[in-house]
Design a binder for this molecule. Structure first.
Ligand SMILES: *Cc1c(COP(=O)(O)O)cnc(C)c1O
Length: 373
């Protein structure tokens, strides 16, 4: 697809990403480092554009999920960065991973053994990281296996462990008792590992974890969503700047001639005399269909914005908004609908779609024209 075959305009504010990085960094105690999670193509916004901006903002610790994401990132950034693979290394890919200078997060003793066996030179393995499960029960070494690993001193001494990580399950609910339980378990794991590997760094907090306070920060924090404008402290005013603006051009403006239903399934009715704006952009572009009948947009009339409701089901390529509230002059000047901007945030769309801002971001389609500021 060439640039002028794309429709709809997705604007991504890289200055806002840099400002969000600076804000998160300012929350840390002295000596704490702020990393950045740029997995899944920087949550759909484009790692090739976002990562260099974060580098210039001072970030040196980058986290991705897959090896190819890490390899692409390494080609893009100066050599003084650390790139950590959050979902580790596939069996058989250890050497390639080490040669690319990528740091895999290992979660079993067997993985540590293979890493040492496959990547060691002069008795020391290539740098790696270890993840322990502190209570989320997702990726991470369980308590029993971790205790047993601590006994394998020779293995640990040659493993070149740079970092110990864990992940919080409930950081976006500050009052949830699991946060403190996970913090205490992680603290104990870090102390125990430092008996054997004194220089290992520790990392626990994602975006919301940063908002839980300094105790949760350890050496390196790993914010993702907050860099891209998602509110890391739900229930409080969002300290992050909005990063995305999504504009959908008008395809047809129509006056409804008699009371009738709109769209597939005839799920919603509008009265005779209503005005509807049909715009380019549907669920194939990441406008989740679950927001049908609950979503909002803002009519774009020059520099003026008027909030208008979605009507009927989101289709694959088009969506319908009720613009009856506009005056005839405003209607005449209507060019399209913004569905993401500083008022209509990814969090708000996530609410309307029964999901979270993260999924709105990672669903953003490839058919839009993308502009980076
Ligand atoms: C995705 C991810 C993060 C970033 O989380 P946010 O909530 O987006 O800040 C941090 N750590 C791990 C292990 C992750 O998988």
């Amino acid at each position: 697809m060439t640039e002028d075959e794309r429709e709809g305009l997705l604007s991504i504010d890289l200055e806002a990403v840099a400002a969000n990085y600076a804000w998160l960094n300012s929350q840390l105690k002295r000596g704490g480092r702020c990393g950045a999670v740029v997995k899944a193509d920087a949550y759909g916004l484009g790692a090739a554009e976002v990562a260099p901006v974060l580098y210039r903002a001072g970030c040196r610790d980058f986290f991705v999920s897959l090896q190819y994401e890490g390899e692409q990132l390494a080609a893009l950034l100066p050599a003084d960065v650390r790139i950590v693979l959050l979902t580790g290394v596939r069996p058989g890919c250890e050497q390639r991973c080490a040669e690319a200078g990528l740091i895999p997060v290992l979660v079993t003793t067997e993985q540590v053994q293979s890493w040492v066996a496959q990547t060691s030179a002069n008795g020391v393995a290539a740098p790696c990281a270890l993840k322990v499960d502190s209570g989320m029960t997702r990726l991470g070494m369980g308590a029993t296996e971790f205790s047993a690993l601590l006994q394998q001193r020779e293995l640990l001494r040659t493993a070149n462990l740079q970092m110990i990580l864990s992940h919080l399950a409930c950081a976006d609910e500050p009052a949830h008792p699991q946060n403190r339980r996970q913090l205490e378990r992680f603290q104990r794991s870090v102390e125990a590992l430092r008996q054997v590997c004194p220089d290992v760094e520790a990392s626990l907090a994602n975006s919301s974890g940063i908002c839980l306070g300094e105790e949760y920060h350890f050496d390196v924090v790993r914010p993702g969503c907050a860099l891209y404008g998602v509110n890391p402290c739900p229930g409080y005013q969002n300290p992050m700047q909005p990063v995305v603006n999504l504009y959908l051009p008008l395809l047809q403006l129509r006056e409804v001639e008699a009371d009738c239903a709109v769209g597939y399934g005839a799920t919603e009715s509008v009265a005779s005399g209503s005005w509807l704006a049909v715009v380019r952009g549907g669920y194939a572009d990441g406008l989740l269909r679950t927001q049908s009948g609950r979503g909002w947009g803002q009519a774009v009339i020059g520099s003026e914005r008027v909030t208008v409701p979605m009507r009927g089901r989101v289709s694959m390529d088009t969506t319908v908004f009720d613009v009856s509230a506009l005056s005839p002059t405003q209607r005449a000047a209507l060019t399209g609908i913004e569905i993401l901007n500083s008022v209509l945030t990814v969090d708000r769309m996530g609410d309307a779609a029964g999901t979270i801002g993260y999924e709105i971001l990672t669903s953003l389609g490839r058919r839009y024209c993308r502009r980076y500021h």
